[in-house]
Design a protein around this ligand. Sequence first.
Ligand SMILES: [Zn+2]
Length: 141
Amino acid sequence: MDKTDIVLKPCPFCGGEAVYDKYQSCDGYMNEGYTHRVHCKMCSAVIQDFSEQKVKNWWNNRFEQPNDPLTTEEVKQMNCEPVWINNFEDSTSCWAILGTSTKDGIVLHDIYCSDDFNDYGSWELYNVTWNCYKHKPEESN
Ligand SMILES: [Zn+2]
């Protein structure tokens, strides 16, 4: 099946019509410079990724395939990779690059964060005050 044949389901929030498009972006380096996006015509629901097929499958499968937080073991093996950081305490969340991992925690090189973002993640506090995801979780607002 051609990847463009994936039929988008209606928006899970409002039942509106879902629309696929792609746009050229400076950070869409993984797929010929394009970021692929599915959004709802009625409300502000939107997801995007560097793969057309992935973004369409995500849109259709969001209830069945939640974006679970990474385990600490997974995080330790992702040196230099980008992750979505959730900070429970002050609800600052952002993309960061994983840095050096130690037995106590890991350095987080924040890239788009607010100024008060803590740039060191403690393993003890993982899933207590912070955790991280491979992909940005769905917006809840
Ligand atoms: Zn909608």
